[in-house]
Ligand binder design. Structure first.
Ligand code: IPE
Ligand code: IPE
Ligand code: MG
Length: 241
């Protein structure tokens, strides 16, 4: 891995907790608990190699349809992890950010998020973004509504409405485009994650289930990313000259 070519923004679809638990004859919840350990080590690993932005898909708008008990366990795990990891985030200079329809989250989660994001807001080592109750289409609908309203009130003119204006109205307004998108568990789909923001991301799929995904696996994904040629529509020759 070259330390000179670390992706500016890595996003991860952390999938496979349930299957991991099932493989061991345990309830799905057991997988989620171990999934938290992976989150901890991947955040640490990303910080070590100086990834500037790390975004983790932790709970989708569609995940609300899961059994009530599972949703409630996930929310409790979230509160506990935020509480437990707060000190380490301060020590490691990590800024916490959250994207999604956060108003739908239970009050305890919202309060904990608010507390940690507020306390870590001046940290500059790495921006850790949690996508919670996040759905890309929902984000786009919110964005279009807000923009339509502004056009109607003449605070934005239709002529000035361009990609950068749209970017500024997304939940990800303070984040750069995704460079590397990783998905664990062997599924090869995006599941409504950052559709606009991954327009030119490099995609990396691994069969490893999320609780088994460790530091070495992150290094492997970044090494693979570094071996790719990002052409952005140009020819290879153009890039070389
Ligand atoms: C990812 O693991 C965690 C969340 C979506 C919250 P899953 O719970 O989706 O695990 P599988 O895909 O059922 O194995
Ligand atoms: C995607 O995983 C969402 C998160 C990792 C939070 P899912 O397990 O919900 O995705 P699908 O339903 O298999 O596409
Ligand atoms: Mg899944």
């Amino acid at each position: 891995m070259e330390f000179s070519n670390i992706p500016n923004h890595v996003a991860i679809i952390m999938d496979g907790n349930g299957r991991w638990a099932t493989e061991q004859g345990k309830p799905r919840i057991y997988g989620h608990k171990h999934g938290v350990d992976s989150v901890r080590s991947i955040v640490e690993a990303a910080r070590e190699i100086k990834v500037p932005h790390l975004t983790l898909y932790a709970f989708s708008t569609e995940n609300w349809e899961r059994p009530k008990e599972e949703v409630s366990v996930l929310m409790n795990l979230l509160v506990r992890s935020l509480r437990g990891e707060f000190r380490k985030m301060m020590q490691n200079d990590i800024q916490l950010n959250a994207i999604g329809n956060l108003g739908n989250l239970p009050k305890a989660v919202r309060e904990e998020l608010e507390y940690v994001t507020q306390k870590t807001k001046n940290n500059t080592g790495m921006v850790l973004t949690l996508a919670l109750s996040y759905g890309s289409r929902e984000e786009l609908v919110q964005t279009f509504r807000c923009l339509a309203e502004k056009v109607k009130r003449n605070t934005i003119s239709l002529e000035n409405l361009d990609e950068s204006v749209i970017n500024e109205h997304l939940y990800t307004r303070n984040l750069p485009d995704v460079d590397l998108l990783i998905r664990t568990s062997g599924e090869k789909r995006i599941s409504n994650f950052l559709l606009w923001q991954i327009a030119y991301a490099e995609l990396y799929f691994t069969d490893k289930l999320w609780p088994d995904f460790g530091k070495e696996d992150l290094h492997q994904a970044i090494l693979n990313y570094q071996q790719r040629e990002r052409r952005f529509g140009k020819t290879s020759q153009q890039l070389q000259s």
